[in-house]
Write a protein that binds this ligand. Structure first.
Ligand code: SAM
Length: 281
């Protein structure tokens, strides 16, 4: 199956009179070589159901359907694309399931059934990229590796190491349950219409075996990075009150340290002791 045999994406957009809507973060990838590179970065998809968010005109969807994935479940909020995406059904041997919905509201377990480790591949709408990532980081065993395009600045915040300017809540949450790396950097001119900023694809390999309580980690990192230049004994007290120093001590973190220098495993220890203190009080 070769997507080069299909009508070009540009001709379909013109035929249907479709233009990009800024409010839905629409910046399209019309170059199939580029979408194929993103799919290659996703690794082995053979025999798997794959979730794609925001297929739009279907550039990335075409490349996903060229792979050996068993099925592509594409969730799109904008109903204008249903007709041209529908044409990919027969071409792909009916391996495309199109869901017209807001991805933030979707319960993915209802889509994938009992499948475990379902890959997610998407050129995400920038306005909801971070909330979608946090939703999936918290998800259960249905969710597998993620290959996601973000604004470069957000991608850098996901992969940042302690001490880096971009290191903060998002890095800690993501790296607590995944191994994250930037696999592709993409300039604005690759998109139609071009966005103002550069983009990057981040690949996240699941490591949710390392840590489970992301809700506690969210609370702890919100307190710690809410006042990132302050010492932890002061910033963490906004959550833990007078117990702050004792809990930091239990987590083997110096109370005089600042959040930006604490590594992910230390934050996980702090979330664990904070949760235990909540349960016992
Ligand atoms: N995948 C296409 C591509 O690479 O050319 C389009 C990517 S464009 C950056 C983002 C897509 O997400 C658009 O098609 C937009 O309509 C869709 N979208 C925006 N918000 C959404 C949401 N909350 N749920 C599902 N899709 C959404």
């Amino acid at each position: 199956m070769n997507a080069d045999d299909l009508p070009s994406l540009r001709s379909l957009l013109e035929r249907e009179g479709l233009w990009a809507r800024k409010s839905l973060g629409q910046h399209f990838l019309l170059d199939l070589e580029l979408t194929r590179r993103i799919v290659r970065a996703a690794g082995d998809l053979s025999g798997k159901q794959v979730i794609e968010i925001g297929p739009g005109p279907g550039g990335l969807t075409r490349a996903l359907l060229e792979s050996d994935a068993a099925e592509v479940i594409a969730i799109e909020k904008d109903p204008r694309f249903v007709a041209i995406l529908g044409e990919l059904g027969p071409w792909s041997g009916n391996r495309l399931r199109l869901i017209e919905a807001d991805a933030l509201q979707v319960d993915e377990t209802l889509l994938v059934g009992s499948a475990i480790g379902t890959p997610i591949v998407a050129n995400l709408p920038y306005n909801v990229g971070t909330p979608l990532l946090v939703k999936w980081l918290k998800a259960g065993p249905w969710r597998g590796p993620m290959t996601l395009m973000f604004q470069l600045e957000v991608a850098e915040r996901i992969v940042a190491a302690p001490g880096a300017e971009a290191y903060g809540r998002l890095a800690v949450l993501a790296q607590a349950v995944a191994t994250a790396r930037i696999v592709l950097r993409i300039p604005p001119r690759a998109f139609t219409p071009p966005p103002k900023v550069a983009s990057a694809v981040v690949h996240l390999t699941d490591r949710s075996d390392r840590f489970a309580d992301l809700d506690a980690l969210e609370r702890v990192t919100a307190a710690a990075f809410g006042q990132r230049r302050k010492m932890l004994r002061s910033s963490f007290a906004s959550l833990a009150g007078p117990a702050a120093e004792r809990l930091l001590d239990e987590a083997r973190i110096a109370p005089t340290e600042r959040a930006e220098r604490i590594d992910v495993s230390a934050f996980c220890r702090l979330a664990t002791v904070w949760r235990a203190a909540q349960v016992s009080s």
